[in-house]
Design a protein around this ligand. Structure first.
Ligand code: FAD
Length: 467
């Protein structure tokens, strides 16, 4: 470790078990293999030095963001080489912000929320938004190509990137930190590293798109009879003229659970239907008639029976409460016991039939067990979990009900969808890469991995199935 200590200083090379264990554990509480060390570079030069030294010593490198990933991508796995976790927690600078170019350049260790706040202070908007944004880092969000609640309007993390800075496995730096909108000079290399989950290099910086700040924003919470009704409501809202920012679907049981779990939350509307929807629309113009457009579309939706009860937030406090219900749902759900989670996307128009099929399947194979569903109906990404009895160890429930995820994933792919919409492959979806992913695509991915990381040092065992 002497080379790393000389490069980074003693305090930034952790080797004591108590210091490094948290870096090998993720949000779900899963524990990875213990690494030989955790190193914390503060600059791209130090990060490049770290990867050069790791390559010299034949170490396996696991990039570490906020460890909020839900597919196990940041968990080290045992192998035939010492493991080095590289944490970017000291790389959190905003390098530049240009409100005219609508861009912000940041170190990759900055949190998603800190980028949102910096944009807001400059009168701009950074739209990537999801429950873990206070801990998730830009490097992690880009490496998993995170989605979240605003994909409907602004796209995934990938769509928000203008340029990248990446340290390659041999320590060379690919400096593509540009803020231009058009560049057709050959292959768009940055896209290889976006969604690569640290298997091709270490992202150390990113140049990101900003948007006009939303100065008028309206948020509604509705009870709806079924996902079929919710889909009709989505079409109605898209035609309403109130520019949609988010359209989320949750099952009512999950809403009740979350409201009971988080102190201070209240039910926005009586829970008389099995499903709920959260809608947000917004405009950069402070006098844009978003509220009027929402009100009239929602009144029509009530008349048409697409929704039963509606609360249109009257204050920022009410709006925050609605979003806290959505954002706290994963944590509340986790508190009830073990679950088999999924992260599927299907064409938006197919979501209701897909959900019907999953519910029928679970009732036939795991009768009486609770199915939790929530997701981003506006972009077709629904998370469906099969919940086991309270108190049952997670491993035991995975043994009993692991087939649920496989069946749901297969159904999604047969419906023209994906078995990993926004959480990545990591460790937990490797099987799908063997069984459900196009084999030509997998062989091209292997060729790319071989070209960029020929000795397989970067995050081994993730994304690509053993082959
Ligand atoms: C409560 C909760 C809600 C969530 N909601 C959403 C949601 O709505 N939408 C969504 O898309 N996700 C969601 N997630 C998942 C998660 O927050 C995202 O996957 C997030 O983008 C991961 O960022 P991270 O910094 O925590 O990355 P980590 O978990 O630390 O790492 C994820 C992967 O990226 C790699 N990596 C990390 N940093 C770098 C880097 N600098 N360079 C190269 N590789 C790197 C890691 O090796 C790993 O493979 C949620 C998670 C939680 C806990």
């Amino acid at each position: 470790m002497n080379g790393f200590r000389a490069l980074l200083g003693e305090a930034n090379c952790l080797t004591e078990a108590a210091d490094i264990a948290p870096y090998a554990t993720d949000w779900r509480g899963q524990q990875g293999a213990m690494p030989a060390a955790v190193v914390r570079p503060a600059t791209v030069e130090q990060a490049a030095g770290v990867l050069r030294l790791a390559a010299e010593h034949g170490m396996h490198v696991v990039p570490n963001g906020g460890r909020t990933g839900l597919s196990g991508g940041a968990l080290p796995i045992p192998g035939n080489a010492p493991i080095l976790i590289v944490s970017l927690e000291r790389m959190r600078r905003i390098r530049a912000l240009d409100p005219v170019d609508m861009s912000i350049a940041v170190d990759a260790g900055i949190t998603v929320q800190a980028v949102q706040e910096a944009a807001r202070e400059a009168g701009r908007h950074f739209p990537l938004s999801f429950g873990a944004q206070g801990s998730a880092q830009i490097g992690g969000a880009l490496s998993t190509n995170a989605g979240g609640i605003n994909t409907l309007r602004y796209g995934n993390a990938r769509d928000l990137v203008l340029g990248l800075e990446v340290v390659l496995p041999d320590g060379r730096v690919l400096d593509d930190m540009r803020r231009i909108r058009k560049d057709n000079t050959g292959y768009a290399l940055r896209h290889l590293f976006l969604g690569a989950e640290g298997t091709l290099g270490l992202i150390t910086g990113a140049s990101l798109k900003l948007f006009p700040a939303l100065r008028t924003r309206e948020t509604a919470f509705l009870s709806v009879p079924s996902p079929h009704h919710a889909l009709r409501l989505l079409s109605r809202m898209q035609d309403s003229g109130a520019d949609l920012v988010a359209f989320e679907l949750m099952d009512s049981h999950l809403v009740e659970l979350t409201v009971g779990y988080v102190p201070g939350l209240r039910m926005p509307v009586p829970m008389t239907t099995p499903w709920c929807v959260i809608i947000e629309a917004g405009s950069p113009h402070p006098a844009a008639p978003v509220r009027e457009l929402m009100e009239s579309a929602l009144a029509e939706a009530l008349d048409a029976g697409e929704a039963i009860d509606v609360m249109l937030a009257e204050s920022e406090e009410a709006r925050t409460m609605i979003w806290r219900i959505r954002e706290s749902a994963p944590e509340a759900s986790r508190s009830t016991g073990p679950a088999v989670p999924t992260d599927t996307a299907v064409p938006v128009s197919a979501v209701p039939e897909f959900l019907d099929a999953v519910l029928a399947l679970s009732e036939a194979r795991w009768p009486g067990m609770r199915v939790g569903a929530m997701g981003h109906l506006g972009d077709g990404n629904i998370h469906i979990s099969l919940h086991g009895p309270a108190g049952m160890p997670r491993e035991e429930w995975l043994r009993q009900a692991g087939g649920f995820a496989e069946a749901v994933n297969e159904l999604a792919v047969r419906t023209g969808g994906s078995f990993s919409a926004e959480h990545g492959i990591g460790l937990t979806k490797l099987k799908g890469m063997s069984t459900l992913k196009n084999p030509v695509a997998v062989s091209l991915m292997r060729a790319i991995k071989g070209a960029i990381d020929p000795t397989g040092l970067m995050n081994p065992g993730k994304v690509l199935p053993p082959g």
